[in-house]
Design a protein around this ligand. Structure first.
Ligand code: SF4
Length: 202
């Protein structure tokens, strides 16, 4: 059993559970919840902000234009998408792709927290300013991107959101470089400290 005040028997059970969740207003406008996807255990987890239109339509994370840029970054970093777990701070699409509000992220937090416990990643790569703020409590993605933060036995590596890199192409090389650095961390085993990974992270 994993989770705080709401607990889940399995990662797959959690993913199904998002489809009936109505803990915040985003449930009213979603077509599909987008819990995340990937193996039940993964060395690397990406945490974005929230689903977009294509994700809402398909129920899968990062399958639109931003997802294609993430796929490119993974390929260049020699990381197989099927080996990583990919999810977001909120599992339902904020209307008009607005930022998720604090109360929505609070309401959805138990899902992400339990996903981290189940998947038990060594490295968490946060995508964009909102995920950086939520996971590391830091503002200023340009200052923190590409840096490695050790938190309770895990490595957290913030980078730009691929949607941001599409809007502002000058960010794209930094995004690609940061994901490559994540790949290097995995292959060098540098991220694998002796610390016991704390289940909570944040
Ligand atoms: S965003 Fe999260 S908390 Fe809100 S309805 Fe969707 S699954 Fe539930």
């Amino acid at each position: 059993m994993v989770g705080g005040e709401v607990s889940f028997n399995s990662l797959r059970g959690l993913e199904i559970n998002t489809g009936t969740c109505s803990r915040c207003r985003l449930f009213a406008t979603r077509k599909n919840a987008v819990p995340g996807e990937g193996p039940e255990k993964a060395e690397l987890m990406f945490v974005g902000e929230g689903p977009g239109a294509e994700e809402d339509r398909t129920g899968r994370p990062f399958v639109g234009r931003a997802g294609r840029l993430l796929d490119q970054a993974l390929e260049e970093a020699d990381i197989r998408r099927e080996d990583v777990y990919i999810t977001n701070l909120v599992k339902c699409r904020p209307p008009d792709n607005r930022q998720p509000r604090d109360d929505e992220m609070d309401a959805c937090h138990h899902f992400l927290r339990a996903q981290i416990e189940f998947v038990d990643p060594v490295i968490v790569c946060t995508l964009g300013a909102t995920a950086l703020m939520r996971v590391l409590g830091k503002r200023g993605i340009s200052s923190y991107r590409g840096r490695i933060f050790r938190r309770l036995g895990r490595c957290v590596v913030p980078t730009f959101h691929p949607a941001g890199a599409l809007r502002n192409p000058s960010l794209k090389p930094f995004f690609l470089t940061d994901v490559k650095e994540v790949g290097r961390l995995i292959t060098s085993r540098e991220a694998y400290g002796r610390d016991r990974r704390d289940q909570t992270l944040f």
